[in-house]
Design a protein around this ligand. Structure first.
Ligand code: PMP
Length: 338
């Protein structure tokens, strides 16, 4: 959207990579081949991935941009839209990188607290945004680390009422009960981010994508590094899209496990928040993290305002069983109830 774009980016042209049929290719200072054709730079436009995703999503290729994880895409939005001292707003608690990226890009950052860490008072949030006049609102939906979901109708209210760019970070959307893409496509100030790191089980390849109006994609493309998604990642990403059925099975399994682990945690006296992600967030006893680390079981512990809170990723049923049994062991050893 031109309206919110950084002034200096409006004039910037994207680095152009020519795609011309060739007999001899000596135009890119590439080295001599020795392994699988990796001497060549990757397809800068990730055309096959974008084509396949566009087809799956019922979108146009021009409405999709691939990134080195969705992390890169969050940063690209800031690079294109955020001027120094401009404001980025999110909810709290949320994914800590929003603040870090904002500061790196010289912006200011503020958060609007969720009610009881679960629901968003949407009217209050809209008022907050309207009074603060941010350049970007970014929402993790479902939210990391709480696992809560802002319902469709509230996202639509936010998109209608807020005069700024809105980034919907849907990293965990496959684990949720609803998604909003269809409804929000009409809002030209809205960007949706998704990733191969969670439901598709490919955090190691670093691949994410942005879905937005073709004009937004065109501008954000101007601030992207050339060849940001490497050849191995593009090939593996395509394989994942060709094996989606198998991967859907994994999502079903994680969702079932999430509810099983929730019940077990509740039996142990914890109160995990209702989660629409592949993780559970709960308050626990001091020292839980360290005691688990000693037994080589890693969960995420929080500090600051969230001291005493923990986030447990849902793994395979075997992994979950070991984590739960170890938590019980710790409980018995320390003799604490909670
Ligand atoms: N958004 C959210 C809400 C996340 O939790 C994460 C990963 N923790 C990311 C984005 C980044 O994911 P990626 O691996 O695609 O960079």
């Amino acid at each position: 959207m031109l309206k919110y774009l950084r002034e200096d980016i409006k004039k910037l042209k994207a680095y152009k990579v020519n795609k011309i049929d060739y007999q001899i290719k000596l135009d890119a200072n590439e080295g001599i081949a020795w392994l699988n054709g990796y001497n060549r730079y990757p397809d800068d436009s990730c055309s096959e991935l974008r084509e396949k995703l566009a087809k799956n999503l019922g979108m146009k290729r021009e409405e999709i941009l691939m990134g080195n994880g969705s992390s890169e895409l969050i940063e690209l939005v800031m690079k294109a839209y955020l001027e120094a001292e401009e404001l980025v707003i999110s909810i709290s608690p949320t994914f800590s990188m929003y603040k870090i990226f904002t500061i790196i890009h010289k912006g200011n950052y503020e958060e609007y607290p969720l009610k009881d860490m679960t629901s968003l008072d949407v009217e209050g949030f809209i008022e907050f945004v309207q009074s603060k006049k941010p350049k970007i609102v970014i929402l993790s939906n479902p939210n990391n680390p709480t696992g809560t979901l802002i319902p469709k109708e509230d996202i639509i209210k936010i998109a209608q009422a807020c005069d700024c760019m809105i980034v919907l970070d849907e990293a965990y959307v496959e684990f949720a009960e609803e998604e909003t893409l269809e409804e929000v496509r009409q809002y030209k100030n809205l960007i949706v981010l998704r990733t191969f790191s969670k439901a598709l089980g490919l955090a190691g390849i670093r691949l994410g994508y942005m879905i937005a109006d073709a004009e937004i994609i065109d501008y954000i493309n101007r601030v992207r590094s050339p060849y940001n998604v490497n050849s191995l990642t593009q090939a593996t990403g395509l394989r994942a899209l060709e094996n989606e059925e198998e991967l859907t099975g994994n999502v079903r399994l994680i969702k079932e496990e999430r509810e099983r682990v929730r019940t077990r945690l509740e039996e142990m006296g914890y109160i995990p928040l209702p989660s629409q992600g592949n993780f559970l967030f709960f308050k626990g006893e001091e020292g839980l993290y360290t005691a688990l680390v000693e037994k080589k079981v890693l969960i995420r512990a929080y500090g600051g305002d969230l001291k005493g809170y923990y986030r447990l990723t849902i793994g395979t049923s075997e992994e979950n069983d070991i984590a739960l049994a170890t938590m019980e062991e710790v409980r018995n050893e320390t003799g604490k109830d909670k």
